[in-house]
Design a protein around this ligand. Sequence first.
Ligand SMILES: NC(=O)c1ccc[n+]([C@@H]2O[C@H](COP(=O)([O-])OP(=O)(O)OC[C@H]3O[C@@H](n4cnc5c(N)ncnc54)[C@H](OP(=O)(O)O)[C@@H]3O)[C@@H](O)[C@H]2O)c1
Length: 255
Amino acid sequence: MSDFKDRVAIVTGASAGIGLSCARMLAEGGAIVVVNARRAGRLDELVEIDHQRVKAVAGDAAEPEVIEVMLEAAKKAAGREADLVIANAGRGLRGSPLDSEEAEWEEVLRINTLAAARLMRAAIHRMFAEVGDYQGPPKQPRDVVVLGSTVGRNLSPFSSFYGAAKAAVHMMAEAMRREAGPKGVRVTTIEPGVVASEFQSAAGYDPKAFGEFMESMAPVLTPDDVARAILFGCSQPAGVHLSEMMLRPTRQAYP
Ligand SMILES: NC(=O)c1ccc[n+]([C@@H]2O[C@H](COP(=O)([O-])OP(=O)(O)OC[C@H]3O[C@@H](n4cnc5c(N)ncnc54)[C@H](OP(=O)(O)O)[C@@H]3O)[C@@H](O)[C@H]2O)c1
């Protein structure tokens, strides 16, 4: 589980929460890791783990140029393409399509859905190029993981516009899985329930009301809980694919 020394990873949204946990576990497990987020200073603690193996690419994960720089940084550091790409950067939004802040809609779709689609597509095409004409059983694991959400499956009164952006992620990832699986690339959707992170404040949830909701199901998930699940999936033999994982706090009844 903790041995990733043969892997070449990219993690977006690595300055906090789930992305930070994934990046730290990969770096401590020996992987080459490219880490991304907009807050460059927050990536320093990851680079400090190993300057040779951990490379920071600060910037907006929805920008095609930033995505290209991440993919090239991984290739330069490893001498081959990234084989464990986690499209994690994202944010929530308080409210439904009728009462959420319309000015936030484009950003919610842009970072949760379009940024993920761009990175996943670019990474998969590079993986395909490495596989070439070979059509047999996969010789090594190649993973593209995206963060969906329980609210992308079950409507939540707290955040149903955000849920719509994540529902699109689920459909897109499954479509990519169908295309990429036969070529040996595992496209995996992770659907967490409530995870305590910076997510709640970024989404604009009312701290008191949402705090009480979280308290009702305590303990909620930690970013490390989700990262362990993601990396468990990526640690399976190349011919085994845990393609979707929903993980909730045990006491979370809904969504
Ligand atoms: N927390 C939950 O309850 C929960 C549940 C289900 C799914 N998820 C999903 O899990 C993922 C991670 O969430 P989290 O809980 O770890 O949230 P978090 O603690 O708020 O972390 C979000 C990360 O995304 C980065 N980010 C946001 N916009 C970005 C952009 N445009 N470009 C690059 N990086 C960007 C942030 O870094 P910067 O601000 O430094 O850019 C931060 O590192 C998200 O996709 C989220 O939707 C979370």
